[in-house]
Ligand binder design. Structure first.
Ligand code: ADP
Ligand code: ADP
Length: 226
């Protein structure tokens, strides 16, 4: 079944801006799909609609077989943004398990999941560290762990590595690819300005253009180990 499906979707903001027009997209379980295009082409708008943060104006949109808002309330979607919103004086384990705490998951189960998520990003030995002591790349790892802690079916990443230096960016790309390859069922939607990053990471790349935002082409990326 299709995990995410958009048919002829338009988004017009209340001020009249036509942000995206006639978007068709079908994403299957386990795909890694990237969205590339210049600023203002509607990448964030598409994400926000899929995430259930803003409604679409026309067309049909389904996420995990239901409406985006419904999928969100089932905690099946997780986000990672460029600017990390970690609590600087709270240790990594508590930062990462915060989404579970808000959901009322008991402490023991929470901490098990938190350790598992931090191990996935190579921070299993740093559960007591404070974010304020960490570099940008390390903070991004914590943000990714916090997204993975809920075992999301759908992971939305909006320019996550945009602020990192080139070496750190490449390391995190490798790590993300590993995590995704080891979890055959997690689907990733990824925004980037960087075409090389998109091609390196993705199974498909959606190329977008602005005014109005459109997907002009979806390119299949040959996979080394299909
Ligand atoms: P990006 O290119 O990284 O998506 P933007 O500067 O386009 O960043 O948007 C940043 C935030 O401002 C987003 O939440 C977006 O929805 C909002 N935004 C962008 N353009 C407008 C606008 N013309 N009016 C109101 N809000 C806007
Ligand atoms: P991208 O993420 O590719 O930079 P956006 O989805 O942020 O693109 O924006 C697409 C278009 O919609 C832009 O013209 C932007 O200014 C406009 N836009 C984004 N958010 C809003 C908003 N909240 N209100 C009005 N216009 C917006």
């Amino acid at each position: 079944r299709q995990l995410v499906e958009l048919n002829n979707v338009d988004k017009i903001y209340p001020n009249g801006t036509i942000a995206v027009r006639q978007v068709d997209l079908a994403v299957s379980e386990g795909e890694f799909i990237s969205f590339v295009g210049p600023s203002g082409c509607g990448k964030s708008t598409i994400f926000n609609m899929i995430a259930g943060l803003t409604d679409h104006t026309r067309g049909r949109l389904s996420v995990l077989g239901t409406t985006p808002r419904d999928a969100r309330t089932h905690n099946e979607i997780a986000f990672v943004f460029q600017e990390h919103t970690l609590l600087p004086w709270t240790n990594l384990l508590e930062n990462v398990t915060l989404p579970l705490k808000l959901r009322g998951v008991p402490r023991k189960a929470r901490e098990e999941e938190g350790r598992r998520a931090l191990e996935l990003v190579g921070l299993g030995d740093s559960v007591k560290s404070l974010p304020r002591q960490l570099s940008g790349g390390m903070k991004m790892r914590v943000s990714i762990a916090r997204a993975l802690v809920s075992r999301p079916k759908l992971l939305l990443m909006d320019e996550p590595f945009g602020a990192l230096d080139e070496i750190t960016r490449q390391t995190l790309q490798d790590e993300l690819l590993n995590i995704w390859q080891n979890d055959k069922r997690m689907t990733v939607l990824f925004i980037t300005h960087n075409v090389f990053e998109a091609v390196f990471l993705s199974t498909r790349v959606a190329v977008m253009t602005p005014r109005p935002g459109k997907i002009t082409e979806i390119v299949d990326i040959p996979q080394p180990f299909p």
